[in-house]
Design a binder for this molecule. Structure first.
Ligand code: M6R
Length: 597
């Protein structure tokens, strides 16, 4: 939600800031703004995209600046509400990602002291507070201002009174500093600055940083010096580029043979699964997540219960945190979050910690907030820029399969021979995904037959049920076609009422997942006029008699087939959205990281 960036160095700031903003645009894209320091602070803001901002910004000479791309929370998208926000004298400019919860009280107090506000945002109180508490130095003034603030923030501040510094601060919103050669970068996440440097500092909660051309100094809110922990990013700059694809989503779908190979690298061998999963003797596992990661969690539940025989519950993070969950030290709570920044998931894992439960994170982003909260398994899918999760989802499924197998072995629920057989199949997963991708033209052809459908239904059973949910989410997220996923066994309990003549139903009918019952469910919807698209294995000779169209996946283990089916559904959604000319990488109203509640 919102991307903030900053640059200080010897080059002109404006082109660098535009480039950084474009790379972070997936975090929010309803308005954008930039501020640099010349003889005074120069600010340009607009409703719309970063390209719109570029078109209204003149060539500016300043070598220091900050920028923002917004996902509106407080106040409609407009140039007034776009960041940076300034104080009345125009001496201080601030970009902010997060929410200032007590802004109404602060605003009232500031108005009482003569400050005039021009926007509806919570953020605007920050530059006013900084100028109100200005005490001769930007850093200490920011510190004073933040002592009045409740809420979450990643912010970057520049001031004409201290024109060779950017002051940054972080509480519960991500912030990364990039260290170049006499130049320094600020960004909400590392993929933004990969092109410029791989040496980064992930700021921690409660830290304030002062960035000058000489370097970075970080202190706690109390002023204690913090040792700079410089980390080296493993992602390549190319990984965050479109590289000739029409969309990041398309590129990310087609990268899955590689991302899956990376996920497995060093983790599977003839010795078995090598993955550090804590507390194998946990009495219960509770998985918490949102959106696509929640669907991965549902799949994880089936896999862990099957392979390791541990009871698993799966909770939507935003619900879990407010239900006073019953947890204790016998529970292992697993938070799944691609970005590692989802506010509800982070709050839920903290809740688990407060109840003395064991914690584990599954995330794609090294240095993200979840990696600071608990031990994490990295999914290693590489940077995912498209708002719709694709390769991160299949890597989450892969990690959950590995965890299930590892726990099964540690608990004696799975024999070494069965583990070996399964590893053999896991090793084929990357090549099998490639074979699915080779079928993209026929998936496209099938998808386009239904591009004008008014709604879709997706159904599956067992571990294919979460895949049906995910297929429906992918389609509605990027094509805006209403789509619902449900467990096929529930048909007669309600969803059957949605079936009418010609409605497309996607049935994930891979073998092993209650296959015969699934065929029965297909007959039920066919009898009521549905057009059924079945996803089935190559060697399945029965399915064609039951459905109107079949999309095939390679023969594999029943626990791996759902991963392959997800790739089919990603392509299916992608081609429909492409045909409808939707903004695939930036679906309306959505942002990649949901860092606010
Ligand atoms: O970063 P996270 O995995 O925690 O994100 C959770 C959801 O916001 C995310 O999966 C969302 O549903 C995706 N846009 C779906 O494609």
């Amino acid at each position: 939600m919102c991307g903030i960036v900053g640059y200080i160095g010897t080059s002109k700031a404006v082109p660098v800031i535009f480039d950084l903003l474009k790379r972070l645009e997936y975090r929010g894209y309803d308005s954008a703004g930039i501020a640099t320091i010349g003889s005074s602070i120069q600010t340009f803001k607009t409703e719309g995209s970063v390209d719109d901002l570029v078109s209204i910004t003149p060539d500016l000479a300043g070598c220091i600046g900050i920028g923002h791309t917004r996902w509106a929370t407080h106040g409609v998208p407009s140039s007034e509400n776009a960041h940076p926000h300034c104080d009345n004298a125009g001496n201080v400019a601030v970009v902010h990602n997060g929410i200032i919860e007590n802004y109404i009280e602060l605003k009232d107090e500031l108005i009482g002291s003569g400050h005039e506000f021009v926007s509806e945002t919570d953020t605007e109180v920050l530059p006013h507070l900084i100028s109100e508490y200005y005490n001769g130095g930007l850093e200490s003034s920011v510190r004073n201002a933040l002592s009045k603030v409740q809420g979450s923030y990643a912010l970057a501040v520049i001031s004409t009174d201290d024109p060779d510094k950017i002051v940054v601060a972080r509480k519960d919103s991500p912030l990364v500093l990039g260290l170049g050669d006499s130049e320094f970068f600020v960004a909400s996440d590392a993929s933004g600055i990969l092109k410029y440097t791989k040496n980064v500092i992930f700021m921690n909660n409660g830290e304030i940083g002062v960035i000058s051309r000489e370097g970075v100094e970080i202190t706690t809110m109390d002023g204690a010096r913090v040792e700079n922990k410089v980390e080296t990013l493993e992602w390549t700059a190319e990984a965050a580029e479109k590289s000739g694809y029409d969309h990041f989503m398309q590129k990310e779908i087609f990268e899955q043979p590689i991302s899956i190979r990376e996920t497995f690298s060093g983790r599977i061998s003839s010795e078995g699964v090598n993955l550090e999963v804590p507390v194998p003797n946990a009495r219960r596992i509770v998985i918490i997540a949102c959106g696509t990661s929640y669907h991965a969690g549902l799949f994880g539940r089936y896999a862990i219960e099957h392979f390791a025989r541990i009871p698993v519950e799966v909770e939507i993070a935003s619900e879990f945190r407010y239900t006073d969950p019953i947890l204790d030290c016998g529970d292992l709570v697993i938070a799944i979050t691609q970005s590692g920044e989802t506010a509800d998931t982070l709050a839920a894992i903290r809740e688990a910690g407060s109840k003395d439960s064991h914690k584990l994170g599954i995330t794609n982003v090294l240095g993200s907030s979840i990696t600071r909260e608990c031990q994490c398994i990295l999914t290693r899918a590489g940077p995912e820029i498209g708002v719709a999760a694709t390769k991160s989802f299949t890597s989450q499924l892969a990690v959950l399969l590995l965890s299930a197998v590892r726990l099964g072995r540690l608990r004696g629920a799975l024999s070494a021979a069965d583990e070996n057989d399964f590893i053999y199949e896991l090793k084929q997963m990357s090549a099998n995904i490639r074979r699915v991708l080779n079928c993209a033209p026929s998936i496209r052809e099938c998808a386009l037959l239904f591009a004008d459908a008014e709604q879709f239904l997706f159904m599956g059973r067992g571990a294919n049920y979460p895949i049906a949910l995910e297929g429906a989410l992918k389609l509605k997220e990027i094509s805006y076609i209403p789509a619902e996923g449900f467990p096929a066994g529930e048909l007669k309990h309600g969803p059957l009422a949605l079936i009418y003549d010609g409605v497309p139903v996607i049935a994930i009918a891979t073998e092993g997942m209650v296959y015969d019952k699934m065929l029965g469910n297909i007959k039920e919807v066919k009898a009521r006029g549905a057009i059924v698209i079945g996803i089935a294995s190559e060697s399945d000779t029965r399915i064609a008699k039951y459905v109107d169209y079949v999309l095939r996946i390679p023969d594999t283990d029943p626990w791996i087939a759902p991963v392959l089916a997800s790739v089919v559904l990603q392509l299916f959604a992608y081609y429909i959205a492409y045909h409808k000319r939707c903004e695939i990488d930036k679906p309306r109203n959505l942002a990649k990281s949901v860092t606010v509640e």
